[in-house]
Design a protein around this ligand. Structure first.
Ligand code: 523
Length: 137
């Protein structure tokens, strides 16, 4: 008998890119899954949300910034089978936002040159995106 397939969880994430071409990564806090690892900020898409709406909400909650949907460029899909669910995660690119990026829910934030991103341990879904980003930027 084959086992039941893992549920799929849709998560959205973003590579915020500043005027110097640095990318924002955020360290997951203690008490959460994957604590201590550096992620592209984002979160789960709630029922009834479009992915872009979910990302705009998450960026406001987590980083205190406002993003216009027209400034979100879809980029690439990450996909990873975690222990209890399969994560599907489109990563968007964003170069424009309003407000100041502020640490609200993470342990730390870092603006990192693309060629230095691999120095930061990342969740398994995020890590393969680094090479794409490095080649693109
Ligand atoms: N990831 C992930 N990479 C990444 C994000 C934003 C999230 O691998 N860039 C994973 C981590 C969690 C799941 O996606 O397993 C949901 O993340 P999040 O941060 O929205 O949810 P948590 O950890 O706060 O979980 P809940 O408490 O269930 O909301």
């Amino acid at each position: 008998m084959s086992e039941a397939p893992l549920p799929t969880v849709l998560v959205v994430a973003v590579a915020l890119i500043d005027v110097d071409g640095r990318v924002l990564i955020a360290q997951r806090p203690e008490g959460k899954a994957l604590a201590g690892l550096w992620e592209f900020p984002g979160g789960k898409v709630e029922p009834g949300e479009r992915p872009e709406q979910a990302l705009i909400r998450e960026l406001n909650e987590e980083l205190g910034i406002d993003v216009n949907e027209a400034c979100l460029a879809p980029f690439v899909f990450a996909s990873h089978a975690y222990e209890s669910f399969h994560l599907l995660m489109p990563l968007y690119l964003c170069r424009r936002w309003s407000g100041v990026v502020t640490k609200r829910e993470h342990a730390a934030l870092a603006w990192v040159k693309p060629n230095k991103l691999s120095d930061y341990p990342m969740p398994p879904a995020d890590a393969p995106l680094v090479a794409w980003l490095r080649d693109l930027l």
